[in-house]
Design a protein around this ligand. Structure first.
Ligand code: HEM
Ligand code: HEM
Length: 420
């Protein structure tokens, strides 16, 4: 029975029970009122078809000047999603502004450049696996000890890759990494998040200065060259903002994808066996993970620029609307009655929406796919007996409703009994 409760769902900042909550919201309708922290009224678009249409709708904007409650001062000071909503850059730009900011990046962040990164991604993966190996072995007994795969593998890889891509010197990467974690952690105060943002912009600004003086083979140098050719299309401030967006948007997301894929394979060994038997490849695993356990859960915000009907709900103009990517991935209307089953041989007739859809479609999708397929292939090749070290139900959730993952992923790389 559809839940027709009149009390809107309160989004839990800790994001607990994500799939159960999504199931309830989907049952309520394609567009469901929810209350955000700070008592801000929002609507979540939860079903596949309606979300796809909404993401590409001409009367839906991303710029916060359309956010009525914010404009009218009804959003409390220090609200946790203020920066997300109001940051300048392509993610909050519409129409021509958006095209202008995005064009330069699309011009240089080409499939060829991404493919060119493959050997480096493989090398970085191998290096991280080597370090992981040492961390997971008891030097005295030779026994396998538990390691957190999220912290030691899924997390450092995307940051190393994006640093490589942007031309950040190795000496600065650790700092970039810490700052990115601070910005996206929901436990960071708004003041600290802002300070971290400034510090990151400072580092990336120095990369721009350095690359302008001594261009390299990196994306920052390519952006500078394209900018010079095209006249003053982007200001330096916009350029730094673009680099910052790439760091932020590519970090937590790819981390969640790798974590969620390893978790799904460990809890579905028969699916891993299908990959080993050649019935599916690592690309299939990545696509199915994106659908089954989307790394991005409730993505903030879009604003209808007029009252807009989605299903039988009218979303008033200026309402901050969440794109419920994790919910859409398990919509039975799109994927059939077994939508909640992890099945690497599924090859569904409709593509998941986990990289978004429409003008803001993820710019880094090809890079994310390259990273995740490389990471998973190398990991399971090296550790065929990789297993979760705790029952799946005991895995703590990453406390966020924007991201969707576990806080840690404790694993044993090798069987518990010493091999020698
Ligand atoms: C796993 C998914 C993600 C999580 C958990 C996450 C989380 C967060 C959080 C908590 C903030 C700080 C909010 C604030 O201080 O107001 C933030 C900021 C931001 N996020 Fe995300 N985010 C995710 C995915 C994305 C994606 C896909 C994009 C791409 C459009 C993105 C772009 C941004 C930007 C531009 C900011 C503002 C950063 C700044 O300048 O301080 N995020 N994110
Ligand atoms: C598994 C990994 C990733 C996932 C799941 C993901 C997901 C997404 C989603 C859902 C959006 C659209 C947000 C919206 O407007 O609703 C987005 C936008 C974006 N992503 Fe990704 N992303 C990933 C990796 C990356 C990487 C590696 C990069 C860059 C290095 C990147 C750069 C961006 C940028 C720049 C945008 C903003 C595009 C725009 O507003 O026009 N992402 N991503």
């Amino acid at each position: 029975m559809p839940d027709r409760s009149d009390t809107p769902h309160r989004l839990d900042p800790a994001g607990s029970e994500q799939h159960a909550v999504n199931e309830r919201l989907r049952a309520q309708g394609p567009a469901v009122p929810v209350i955000l922290p700070g008592e801000v009224a929002s609507v979540a678009v939860t079903r596949y078809e309606e979300l796809k249409e909404f993401l590409a709708h001409p009367d839906v904007a991303k710029n916060a000047r359309h956010f009525t409650a914010l404009r009218e001062g009804a959003v409390p000071p220090g609200w946790p999603l203020t920066t997300f909503a109001t940051v300048e850059g392509m993610t909050t730009a519409d129409g021509d502004d958006h095209r202008r900011l995005r064009a330069l990046v699309t011009q240089v962040f080409t499939p060829r450049r991404i493919e060119g990164l493959r050997p480096r991604v493989e090398e970085l993966t191998a290096r991280l696996l080597h370090a992981l190996d040492e961390a997971a072995l008891d030097a005295e007994t030779g026994a396998s000890v538990v390691v957190d795969l999220r912290e030691h593998f899924a997390l450092p890889l995307p940051m190393a890759v994006v640093s490589e891509l942007l031309g950040v010197d190795p000496g600065m990467r650790g700092q970039l990494h810490q700052l990115s974690n601070l910005i996206v952690s929901t436990t960071t105060s708004p003041e600290r998040a802002l300070a971290a943002n400034r510090a990151m912009a400072g580092i990336l600004g120095s990369v721009v200065v350095r690359r302008r003086a001594a261009p390299g083979d990196d994306l920052t140098s390519a952006l500078l060259a394209a900018q010079a050719e095209d006249g003053d299309r982007l200001t330096d401030r916009e350029l730094v903002g673009t680099l910052l967006l790439m760091v932020i948007a590519g970090h937590e997301t790819t981390l969640n994808l790798i974590t969620n894929a390893v978790r799904a394979l460990c809890t579905h060994p028969e699916q891993l066996a299908l990959v080993r038997a050649g019935k599916a490849d690592w690309g299939d695993v990545v696509e199915e993970t994106l659908r089954y356990d989307s790394p991005v859960s409730f993505f903030p915000f879009r604003y209808p620029v007029r009252d807009l009907k989605v299903g039988d709900t009218v979303i008033p103009r200026g309402t901050p609307v969440l794109a419920s990517y994790t919910a859409a991935g398990r919509d039975e209307r799109a994927y059939g009655p077994d939508a909640s089953r992890f099945d690497v041989t599924r090859r569904p007739s409709v593509r998941h929406l986990s990289f978004g859809h429409g003008p803001h479609y993820c710019l880094g999708a090809a890079l994310a796919r390259l990273e995740a397929t490389t990471a998973l292939a190398a990991l399971f090749d090296r550790y065929p007996d990789l297993a979760l070290a705790v029952p799946d139900d005991d895995l703590p959730r990453h406390p966020s409703f924007v991201g969707n993952s576990t806080e840690t992923l404790p694993v044993r790389l090798r069987p518990e009994t010493p091999q020698r």
